[in-house]
Ligand binder design. Sequence first.
Ligand code: PEP
Ligand code: MG
Length: 311
Amino acid sequence: ERAEAQAAPLTPGALADGTEVPLLANLGSPDGAEEAVALGAEGVGLFRTEFLFLSAEQAPSVAEQREAYQRLLAAFPGKKVVVRALDAGADKPLPFLSSSEEENPALGRRGLRALLAHEEILRDQLTALAEAGAATEAELWVMAPMVSTVEETQQFTALTREHGLRTAGVMVEVPSSALLADRLLPHTDFASIGTNDLTQYTMAADRLLGSVAALQDPWHPAVLRLIAEVGAAGRATGKPVGVCGEAAADPLLAVVLVGLGATTLSMTPAALADVRAELSRHTRQQAEAIAQAALAAATAAEAREAARAAA
Ligand code: PEP
Ligand code: MG
């Protein structure tokens, strides 16, 4: 199987006019790295680090973390690998980090908020990442989850620089960050839109609650408008804007995201082939027209239909 995959090298993600759109993998542990490469991942757009922490009584040591990060980075020589700092909260409770007293965990001290409240945990993680990055040839980018203010952005950037990490970014997954993207981006190197949480917070619909699942739809024009804000801010500031939520794995929505200004897309590796094929059918101009058609809709269903018609 591996030999076959190598015999027919996968082309990089690109639009019909040759505009490159690197297609990256979302990974939850280093174990999936080889398969992602075999499926044509051009790097990693979201490496979730929770697996290292979730079953632990104490935060893992710097050495333990370094080993795991090094294993991941070694699979992507010369490629971009975006590692996300620990995204914990009362919904993913950690004995050494979370407060279990929160009534609304999704609105509580989670993501970067929790890390800034326990800075030693973030510092250890950044130390391990810097050491792993220095020991491999991958291009290591580090980003913070659940950033909602400019001050948080500044604090995260300062901490990463202090640890010698060259490229630091923020996830845009809270409406405040999307609305203020033009103010946030000057204080960081890149943004990565997390459409799962961005949709949850925009629609005020718990992403884990089946009874409101219909609202958890990234095609909703309210969500698309926020993504368009981030795309416009990326263009204005010259900073890369990736998308790493589930939305990037929907081939037609992937075209819309690029039309709204996304410069890279990251997804579950199984979706790479379909997204690659769909992107190759549209020029940048067409992707922008498809995106505008979706953006002009009043409902998620209309946005889907308008994009389909325009494509
Ligand atoms: C997101 O919220 O879209 C995201 C990519 O992060 P997670 O799904 O891990 O919250
Ligand atoms: Mg998220």
